[in-house]
Design a protein around this ligand. Structure first.
Ligand code: C2E
Ligand code: CA
Ligand code: CA
Ligand code: CA
Length: 278
């Protein structure tokens, strides 16, 4: 009836209103999160597919909201981007990640850690300086640090992207293209960008063993990556069969629940077989 329809609409409007209010509340709470130590980092290991040795970690941000528990970064990162809080958060991530990984043993080198960088931060003129000071403070070399940016970020302004990425890369920071294959990047401008690594999006990896088209796509991405001298990483590796296919195809690095979920900092030493006490 018309009345039901109407009440449906009213309910819908009320839900929208509630959603807006929740988001507003969350945004307000987010502003306090840093001062109140509600952020932590977890580290997801990445392994070489030839030797199965740990090649690095991706730092993933966690926010424990005092009332609601853990909130997904897919929800709070966009809020932080809107409120310009994201630069401050990324700064904290950079410092914390370098500090927490600075004592990890990797054969011949220190552990490499990748951080996720939003467009807002990448295009902030202060960002290269922020990296510079974080790296010099934690006594590492820049090649300890990789930044992951999405294709979508880079195509917003190719010229500026090129300039910023070059600045970072001249400092030795590794550049990784996240969620590769989901954006709109055309090879024409992709080849102009100074990039070291591509991460094949997990949507291509999840059903790799069952889906012929995914296998073909992943195969061509790996081939393409290698032609452009890029290291190719597969994310979202959940199955043994997918791992084996990636090895066969010649993909360089794998990351995913099969290998390990993201680990709290205090578990990193036992990941390397140390700290038998835990
Ligand atoms: P992302 O960069 O694509 O990160 C990978 C996400 O996939 C992570 O979710 C990770 O926990 C999850 N994942 C890892 N292995 C598997 C797997 O085998 N299967 C499946 N289904 N998922 C897997 P998380 O930690 O919830 O992060 C979500 C997104 O939030 C990230 O996507 C990234 O875009 C953003 N994010 C996280 N931390 C930060 C940060 O410090 N700064 C910024 N700007 N963004 C961040
Ligand atoms: Ca990432
Ligand atoms: Ca990704
Ligand atoms: Ca993603």
């Amino acid at each position: 009836s018309a009345a039901e329809e109407e009440s449906g609409i009213v309910l819908h409007a009320a839900q929208e209103q509630q959603l807006r209010q929740d988001r507003w509340q969350l945004e307000t709470d987010l502003k306090r999160a840093m001062d109140e130590d509600q952020f932590t980092l977890q580290y997801q290991p990445q392994i070489g597919l030839q030797d199965f040795a740990t090649s690095g970690f991706e730092a993933l941000l966690r926010w424990k909201h005092p009332g609601s528990g853990f909130v997904s970064p897919d929800i709070f990162i966009p809020l932080a981007e809107r409120g310009a809080l994201i630069n401050q958060i990324t700064d904290w991530v950079m410092h914390t990640a370098l500090r927490q990984t600075s004592t990890l043993p990797l054969p011949g080198t220190r552990a490499r850690v990748s951080i996720n960088v939003s467009p807002v931060t990448l295009f902030d003129p202060g960002f290269p300086f922020a990296i510079e000071s974080a790296v010099s403070l934690w006594g590492g070399s820049h090649d300890q640090l990789a930044v992951e940016v999405t294709e979508g970020t880079l195509i917003q302004d190719i010229d500026v992207s090129k300039r910023v990425l070059s600045t970072l890369r001249d400092k030795g920071v590794r550049i990784s293209i996240d969620d590769f294959g989901t954006g709109y990047s055309s090879l024409a401008y992709f080849k102009q960008l100074p990039v070291d690594e591509i991460k094949i999006d997990k949507s291509f990896i999840t059903h790799l063993a069952e889906t012929d088209i995914d296998r073909k796509l992943v195969e061509s991405i790996v081939e393409l990556g290698h032609k452009l001298d890029l290291q190719v990483v597969a994310e979202g590796v959940e199955e043994e069969r997918a791992l084996n296919i990636l090895r066969e195809i010649g993909c360089d690095v794998a990351q995913g629940f099969l290998i390990s979920p993201a680990l709290p900092a205090e578990d990193l030493h036992s990941w390397f077989g140390e700290g038998a006490s835990t």
